[in-house]
Ligand binder design. Sequence first.
Ligand SMILES: Cc1ncc(COP(=O)(O)O)c(C=O)c1O
Length: 384
Amino acid sequence: MGARFACAVNSCTAALHLALEALGVGPGDKVFVPTWTFTASAEVVRYMGADPILLDVEEETSLLTPEIVEAAIQRHPEVKVIIVVHFAGHPAEMERPGGGGIVEVCRRHGVRIVEDAAHSFPTRHAGRMIGAFGDITCFSFYANKTITTGEGGMVTTEDEALYRRCKIMRLHGIDRDVWARFTSDKPAWEYDVVAPGFKYNMPDINAAIGLAQLERAEHLRAERQRCAEHYFRELGEVACLRLPRGRVPMGDHSWHLFPVVLRESAPLARNRVIELLAARGIGTSVHYKPIHRMTYYRDRYALKPEGYPNAERIWHGCFSLPIHSWLTTEELHYITENAEGSTGRSETRNGPFWLMQNLSLFPQQQAAGSFSLRRISERTSGTS
Ligand SMILES: Cc1ncc(COP(=O)(O)O)c(C=O)c1O
């Protein structure tokens, strides 16, 4: 990860909690969090008795940008910590050629940066691994991540004091970890408790899995890239579908997710497309229902959708296509073209995405509100 210090923990949520604790976030503080994230990024702020200030994201990438961060700091100069999420494995612009990246903006205003890189190992930005741009970076090795330990996470930092605090708080606030207790001359039983810490250490068995996975990290990432390349190639012409826009070369992205957005011109609503795909055994998910729409945050902070126009536009159309290292070429073709069960690009494009594209040719079917996919696929076969 390109950082001097790393501390293995049992989840990214634990890593984020430790990061905020080490930075001294406390009751009454406020922390910037993008609304476009998993709930863990916001809940850890509440763990500390602090309040998240949710920020809208850039529509094209679902990321915070230097401009969004600068404007937020101008509106809330009292905020001293931000959580930057590298959504889907695509890095936020921490550095910008010629200057003015998120790190520079935050340094100028004395705002400390926690990077939520749950999706972003291995991810590169500006020629370096994500892991040491901000003050502390937090990774996840949960089951669906590029490398996994079942459950697991990691804190990385360049700052020795932050590292030491995370290490102590990871294990009950004890001043010596188990390794130090059983490998030094001082009696193993003798330790002190310097703070009411947590039980966040990564179990040894998970760590052993992680070491083996680490050797395969680039292979696993590249296999995901293979899936992403297929989707770009095969779905690029589906006009009502917006594919992810990358600011980095394909090989710098971890491709944890492949999030697409149905444009307003799409003939079907997002939930209907998800149902049609599910009926064909194609599992999708939605990343994310934004935090400002979640009951707890919406009610506690009286949040209104109008405050997050970009996130709202993404939310109405977004869903994520299957992406993982074991997807075969046949399965990828099944997803993108031949929902009726056959494979191969040379055959007719009759999968749900192409049907959706072709639906505009049959407006009476939309007006009726229901239609037989099989019938339409027969009628449209060979038309595109
Ligand atoms: C953006 C983000 N942050 C944090 C987490 C929490 O990760 P973990 O499950 O390892 O606690 C997740 C989980 O997927 C996530 O998507």
